[in-house]
Design a protein around this ligand. Structure first.
Ligand code: G3P
Ligand code: MG
Length: 232
C-alpha cells in the first residue's frame, strides 16, 4: 500500500512547507500531496482560503499581496512555498500529487509542469487531482499525458464511473464516506484507490483489508512502521 504524505509530513512539521515535504521523504513516503492556489498569477502551496490557521497572520488570502504572503511565517520559520520550489526540492525522487484548490490554479499548474517537462521531468512525476472535476477534464483534454487523480468525498451513484470518464488513474476517496462497493467498482474499472486522510493504525488496517492501494497520511513514518509489521 502506497504511503502518500498529506500536505507533506504535516503531523510532524508545518503543513505544505518545504520542511514538511523533505521530512516526508526522509520518513519514507512514496508520494507527496500538496494543495495549490493561484495568487497574482503565481502558484502558492497552501490549503485554506485564509492565513489564520497556518501562519502568524490573520485574514483572507486575497487581502495579502503575493510578496506579503511570502513574508509570512508558515511555521518553524518556513515561508509559503511556490509549486516550482516544491518540484525542485523533490527533484523526481517521488511523484508529486498537486491538488488544485481553485480554478486559476489549473492552467498555471499545467504551465509549471510543462516547464519542468522541458527540463527532463516526466509526466509520471506528477499527479493532478481536484474536487473540481471540470478542471481535470479540461486539463486532460489539453494534455492527455497528464496523470489525473479524481477526488471525491462520498460514494456516488455510479461509483467510480466519473473517475474513468475523466481519464483518471485513481479515485481518491474520503475515509469518512467509503464502502467496499466503490473500492471494488474502481478496481473493476482498472483504477487505483487512494484514501484520505488516514492517521491511525486501526484505519490503516481497515483500509488495507478493504483493498486500498494507498493512503494519504499526516504521519508517513507511523504508516511505514505499521506497514512493515504486516505480512506482504
Ligand atoms: O488529496 C487528498 C486530500 O488532501 C483532500 O482534502 O482538504 O486535505 O485537501 P484536503
Ligand atoms: Mg489536499
Amino acid at each position: 500500500m502506497l504511503c502518500i504524505a498529506h500536505r507533506g509530513a504535516r503531523g510532524d512539521a508545518p503543513e505544505n512547507t518545504l520542511q514538511a515535504i523533505e521530512l516526508a521523504l526522509a520518513q519514507g513516503a512514496e508520494a507527496v500531496e500538496i494543495d495549490v492556489r493561484a495568487h497574482e498569477g503565481e502558484l502558492i502551496v497552501f490549503h485554506d482560503e485564509t492565513v489564520d490557521r497556518t501562519t502568524n497572520a490573520q485574514g483572507e488570502l486575497t487581502e495579502f499581496s503575493f510578496s506579503l504572503l511570502r513574508q509570512l511565517d508558515a511555521g518553524n520559520g518556513q515561508s509559503i512555498p511556490l509549486l516550482a520550489e516544491v518540484i525542485e526540492l523533490i527533484n523526481r525522487r517521488v511523484p508529486l500529487n498537486i491538488e488544485l484548490k481553485d480554478d486559476d490554479s489549473a492552467q498555471l499548474s499545467l504551465q509549471v509542469i510543462e516547464r519542468f517537462i522541458s527540463r527532463g521531468w516526466q509526466y509520471s512525476d506528477f499527479i493532478i487531482s481536484s474536487f473540481f472535476h471540470p478542471l481535470l477534464k479540461t486539463l486532460k483534454q489539453q494534455q492527455p499525458k497528464l496523470v489525473i487523480g479524481a477526488l471525491s468525498a462520498g460514494v456516488l451513484v455510479d461509483y467510480a464511473l466519473f473517475a474513468k470518464q475523466l481519464g483518471a488513474v485513481s479515485i481518491n476517496l474520503c475515509s469518512d464516506s467509503i464502502n467496499q462497493a466503490i473500492i471494488d467498482d474502481a478496481h473493476a474499472r482498472g483504477l487505483k484507490v487512494y484514501i484520505y486522510t488516514v492517521n491511525d493504525v486501526r484505519e490503516f488496517s481497515q483500509f488495507h483489508k478493504m483493498g486500498a492501494d494507498g493512503l494519504f497520511t499526516d504521519f508517513p513514518l507511523k504508516f511505514k512502521q505499521w506497514l512493515s509489521t504486516q505480512a506482504s
